[in-house]
Design a protein around this ligand. Structure first.
Ligand code: GTR
Length: 338
């Protein structure tokens, strides 16, 4: 049992799932079906972050649509571990839901690479349009062979570089900069293409590493730069906007398989229905984080994207190994604004 205020371990999470069985329910339960559950969910961001609130909203929708049988409980702030570790736990069924970025999925499923390529999306609209359509569905479906059910994509805005040394105006300014990246070969390749020194590390180690000068900077969106307080140690934010990598909400296939067909449909539909809600929160949060960081004295500079685009799209081929990946890329490019 998980006690109030206690942070559960994966073992406790499994043990503490609320499964209520009554009458005919016991019959279904004997077939291994879960009739009533609060799904545990992990998120690296703090409780007020749009992704956390979206998964809570998903719980609310589930409750409304099942007469309170299903819901979600989000463990925010990385309480349960970093994204790579919690993904593994999710695969083994120790967690029901996990909201992660596209990057940690790159080493798990090659079809997640195209949507994480630098400069592949030209705008938020392009990213949303593509992920709402068949490209998005195909990437989500590809996760099933790894024990994960891809439920939906959430927004993560544009990622840009920040560092403690000075503004970045061209790739030449990045030479020798030690910049943190998520643990994805694609990100490491991206930074090398720019002449920087990539340092893969989990998000929760970035603040301390910046403060101690172990790294010079990192790259992320406005809300993450603010919520992780990275700007306190890295005050130069250079708007390269090189990535629109989306967030992904996944469910453990083990948990999924315990749901009735009808509950699976409710889960899928509710997850999709949480997306517009998340996007509204995201747009507001991006604007408020931007305003707060400018007020806090973060030095922001616009960047000519051309030389960055050239170098970073030049390394795409290295990561596009299969015909399916290349097909996805072609379909994403076809959806660019005219
Ligand atoms: C954030 C994203 C997180 C995490 C983080 C990172 O933008 O929301 O899921 O991936 O970036 O850089 O590790």
């Amino acid at each position: 049992m998980v006690q109030k205020g206690e942070i559960p371990t994966p073992r406790m999470l499994t043990a503490s799932r609320r499964t209520v069985m009554a009458g005919g329910a016991a019959l279904l339960a004997s077939c291994g079906l879960r009739l009533s559950s609060v799904f545990t969910a992990s998120d690296t961001h703090p409780g007020d972050y749009p992704t956390v609130r979206a998964v809570e909203y998903l719980g609310q929708l589930l409750g409304e649509r099942t007469g309170g049988r299903l819901g979600t409980k989000v463990y925010a702030g990385g309480q349960l571990g970093n994204e790579r570790d919690t993904l593994e736990i999710t695969t083994f069924g120790g967690l029901d839901l996990n909201r992660v970025n596209g990057a940690p999925l790159n080493s798990i499923e090659p079809l997640t690479i195209p949507i994480c390529l630098p400069f592949i999306f030209t705008s938020v609209d392009h990213m949303r349009r593509t992920l709402d359509g068949d490209v998005g569905d195909e990437v989500l479906a590809s996760l099933a062979r790894h024990g994960l059910i891809g439920l939906c994509f959430y927004d993560s805005g544009a990622r840009s570089f920040y560092n403690s040394r000075g503004p970045i105006n061209s790739p030449a300014d990045m030479k020798g900069l030690k910049l943190r990246v998520p643990g994805s070969d694609l990100y490491i390749g991206m930074l090398r293409a720019l002449g920087a020194d990539p340092v893969p590390m989990p998000l929760d180690e970035v603040y301390q590493s910046l403060s101690q000068g172990v790294i010079d900077g990192a790259e992320n969106n406005w809300p993450s730069l603010q919520s992780g307080r990275h700007y306190e140690a890295a005050q130069f934010y250079s708007l390269t906007e090189h990535l629109f990598t989306p967030e992904v909400l996944v469910m453990s296939k083990i948990s999924w398989d315990k749901l009735s067909r009808e509950d699976q449909q409710i889960m899928r539909r509710s997850a999709k229905d949480s997306v517009p809600y998340m996007r509204r929160l995201w747009d507001a949060r991006e604007a408020s984080s931007r305003a707060a960081l400018l007020a806090a004295g973060v030095e922001v500079n616009a960047v000519d994207p051309a030389p960055f685009t050239e170098l970073m799209t030049g390394m795409w081929d290295e990561f596009l190994i299969t015909p399916q990946q290349r097909d996805l890329v072609a379909r994403i490019l076809a959806q660019r604004e005219a």
